[in-house]
Design a protein around this ligand. Structure first.
Ligand SMILES: Cc1cc2nc3c(=O)[nH]c(=O)nc-3n(C[C@H](O)[C@H](O)[C@H](O)COP(=O)(O)O)c2cc1C
Length: 369
């Protein structure tokens, strides 16, 4: 299987399966001297781990991270950082039946088509559990961004037909509501909608939005490694994400030039923009305004209603899925989206260092003094 690595200068490789002994991440290119302990990473993993609310799978995972390498006396050494998260709540028996058939909306059919063999326990590598390694890596990237004054805030923008009231936005509410919505009133409405879905043995989808503040202008490589292209790839690689938008996104296609262009103006002697339809990215590079990214997430494919499918013998059958599943993926995906964005930003910040001769001269010149 190829493609388990993301990034060029700050690179992650995730490893492990849903029902294996453990899963995790190796980070290559982490600078030396970053303060790092398990607690820094655990904080992010706790936001993702299952069992946190009625709207996440009842599978109870401790998701306790161990730092296996790359840290000495509380600081990164510049060598590969390996982070491991043991799987402690596997119940492979729940999945024995799905070895013989293909769950609608899942990767079972395509895995068999590609490899002729699959780890059917919980979806193996295509399980939502794989995202634990991404979040552990994203926690390290977020610490680097914090040191550079770059802040990320992701939240649930909508679930089914219920959208968050952005005029009532409270960052603290994101960590308190079971939906990760930024206002309690909208969260209560979304919870009522989820109850209805669950009562009907159905599931729901929704949108995660992430805002990045403090990003300097000029980050992103203007051709194939555009900042928006890299963000789209990173976020789209999360299971169940079906679309990614930057700024006004799809709405820009129905807008006019005069409406959509963001007027530049000087603010306290610095270039600024009067609006931010572009979502903080122009020509594939950050423009200094907040970066706005949205991930559109499909309803959880595992629903407990009877569904038509086929088995490995090529017979049409009706199945009723068992196991432990999220009735909505969105709240648990919030920190995953934030992590993929953090990883992308760090990689492109590092890629931008040699873009000017004067900054190179300054860096290596200062080392000779
Ligand atoms: C954090 C997270 C949790 C997930 N939990 C579940 C789940 O409990 N049940 C399920 O059927 N799918 C779940 N998924 C989605 C599947 O992994 C995904 O839909 C499936 O692998 C098919 O991939 P695709 O939707 O990208 O085509 C989850 C995804 C994420 C990111």
């Amino acid at each position: 299987m190829a493609g388990n690595t993301l990034g060029t200068y700050f690179k992650i490789t995730t490893w492990g399966e849903s029902h294996g002994k453990a899963l995790g991440v190796v980070i290559d290119g982490c600078p030396a001297g970053l303060s790092l302990c398990e607690g820094d990473i655990q904080e992010y993993l706790d936001r993702r781990k299952p069992g946190g609310s009625r709207y996440s799978t009842p599978r109870k995972e401790g998701d306790e991270v161990s730092i296996l390498s790359g840290v000495f006396e509380g600081k990164t050494t510049g060598t590969p950082v390996c982070l491991m998260i043991p799987n402690t709540s596997q119940r492979s028996g729940d999945y024995s039946e799905i070895a013989s058939y293909y769950r609608p909306g899942h990767a079972d059919f395509t895995f068999d088509a590609k490899y002729g063999f699959r780890d059917y326990r919980g979806g193996g590598r295509s399980s939502g559990r794989e995202t634990a390694g991404r979040v552990a890596g994203g926690a390290v990237a977020s610490l680097i961004l914090k040191e550079l004054g770059i802040r990320l805030c992701a939240y649930t923008k909508s679930i089914g037909p219920v959208s968050a009231a952005m005029d009532k936005f409270r960052a603290e509410a994101v960590r308190m509501t079971p939906t990760c919505m930024p206002d309690e009133e909208s969260s209560a409405k979304a919870e009522a909608y989820l109850e209805e879905c669950m009562a009907n043995h159905n599931s729901a989808g929704g949108v995660v939005e992430c805002r990045v503040d403090g990003m300097p202008a000029g980050i992103g490589e203007p051709v194939f490694d555009k900042l928006d292209a890299c963000l789209a790839k990173a976020v789209m690689s999360i299971g169940a994400v079906k679309a990614v938008e930057i700024g006004d996104g799809c709405a820009a296609a129905g807008s006019t030039g005069t409406e959509n262009n963001d007027a530049f103006h000087m603010e306290n002697g610095m270039p600024g923009k009067k609006t931010n339809h572009a979502g903080g990215i122009l020509g594939g590079m950050s423009d200094g305004s907040p970066i706005i990214v949205r991930a559109h997430i499909k309803p959880t494919p595992s629903v407990f209603s009877p569904q038509e499918t086929i088995n490995k013998n090529g017979e049409n059958i009706v199945v009723q899925i068992k196991g432990r599943h999220d009735p909505v993926i969105v709240p648990r995906a919030v920190v995953v989206v934030e992590s993929m964005i953090a990883l992308t930003l760090v990689d492109l910040l590092f890629a931008g260092i040699p873009s000017r001769m004067d900054s190179l001269r300054q860096f290596y010149g200062s080392r000779r003094e």
